[in-house]
Ligand binder design. Structure first.
Ligand SMILES: *Cc1c(COP(=O)(O)O)cnc(C)c1O
Length: 380
């Protein structure tokens, strides 16, 4: 059996958890949470303030609170994304204005964004699909021109970079006013459920910490900056326990090993599929010149829904689990009646034709060869 995903364990996770448990401090913002924050700030100096959260969904909800989204505000979000990207803003009463994907890849088509802006627009939320950067120079330029916030959904984008016009590598998650990462067990670096908010706009930093701590200035109190703490703003319980951060820290210490292995498998898929005669019926991922690949996912785009169904069924018959991905949110049961009727053809095409192949650390070369051979047999 080749599953679609198998969570990778470095082996140190349980040691760290044991250490956290025996230390007697297992609520949040203790030693391991701080080690994780420190790790990120050292490895990616471009990151602003880092705050671990219990999920990427929570980091997105914090972003919606931080950017003061209120009823009637409009937020521009790609339709081809996970529900949390939109839901976080819908919870604050925002109207979600869905944008189409690019023709070449599932990321938001940056050329359509400006036509969606109205006086009510407050934020743009680019999603770095498969860990490949959106065109952040163009998105930031539009945001600056119209005075909008940018919140990066960097759920899949750990250790990936945007390449700017000067050829500099800018870590994803450091570009938006805020960014949200996920450490869900399906991502590259995991803690079961887990996430992180990065706050790159210094004006939002102080409030982020308060929202994170249930609307109190408890963090400042523990730093000795004030002599008592209280309710100073809205907020919620967004910080994970030390048990979660202890697990995460073991993963972070193995980040390079995990990334290198995934990139090796990604390249093998790509090499085998590029050299196969796919009769023009399957497209392989196109990495834009301004994006890097963190091997979060290997996907193919089939000529039709039928071909995708055939490939899924033939792989399944050999016990290989390949899965499709998002269903356009503008056409979802919750949002279809609220959508303004624009046709988002690329989002709908990826809904029907994109297929994700097994991708995880412990995959083997023969797993990949077998998977690719079955795919090849489907296009003959
Ligand atoms: C995984 C994912 C999320 C949600 O992450 P959680 O940590 O499960 O809340 C949000 N957006 C995208 C694009 C994702 O891939």
């Amino acid at each position: 059996m080749i599953p679609f995903n198998k969570p990778f364990l470095s082996g140190k996770e349980t040691d760290n958890i044991k250490d956290a448990v025996l230390s007697g401090k297992i609520s949040g913002n203790g030693k391991y949470t701080q080690l994780c924050h420190q790790f990120f700030n050292e490895k990616y100096p471009a990151f602003g303030k880092c705050l671990l959260t219990t999920s990427c969904t929570d980091a997105l909800e914090m972003s919606a609170i931080l950017t003061c989204i209120s009823p009637g505000d409009e937020v521009i979000i790609p339709s081809y994304t996970f529900v949390s990207t939109a839901n976080a803003f819908a919870l604050r009463g925002a109207k979600i204005v869905f944008a189409d994907s690019s023709e070449q890849h599932p990321n938001i088509d940056e050329n359509t964004i400006e036509s969606l802006i109205t006086p009510k627009t407050k934020a743009i939320v680019p999603v770095h699909y498969a860990g490949m950067a959106c065109n952040m120079s163009v998105i930031k330029e539009i945001a600056n021109k119209h005075n909008l916030y940018v919140v990066e959904d960097a759920a899949q984008a750990i250790d990936s970079h945007f390449i700017n016009d000067l050829g500099q590598r800018i870590p994803l998650g450091s570009i938006g006013d805020t960014a949200a990462f996920s450490f869900h067990e399906t991502k590259n670096i995991i803690s079961g459920e887990g996430g992180m908010l990065t706050v790159n706009n210094p004006e939002l930093e102080k409030r982020a910490e308060i929202i994170w701590e249930k609307g109190t200035n408890r963090s400042a109190f523990f730093r000795g900056e004030i002599d008592k703490y209280g309710w100073v703003d809205i907020g919620s319980s967004f910080l994970p326990s030390e048990i979660v951060s202890a697990f995460l820290y073991a993963q972070l210490e193995n980040l390079n090993t995990i990334q290198n292995q995934r990139i090796k498998w990604w390249n093998l898929y790509n090499q085998l599929l590029s050299s196969a005669d796919l009769k023009g019926r399957i497209d392989l991922p196109e990495i834009p010149v301004y994006a890097e690949n963190n091997a979060h996912m290997y996907y193919i785009v089939c000529e039709s829904l039928d071909l995708r169904n055939t490939i899924i069924a033939r792989l399944k018959a050999e016990n290989i689990h390949a899965v499709f991905h998002y269903q356009s949110l503008h056409a979802s049961p919750y949002y279809a009646s609220k959508h303004d009727g624009r046709v988002l053809k690329n989002s709908d095409r990826f809904t029907d034709t994109l297929l994700r192949l097994p991708m995880f650390y412990e995959l083997t070369e023969s797993d990949i060869v077998k998977t690719v051979n079955i795919i090849k047999s489907c296009v003959l």
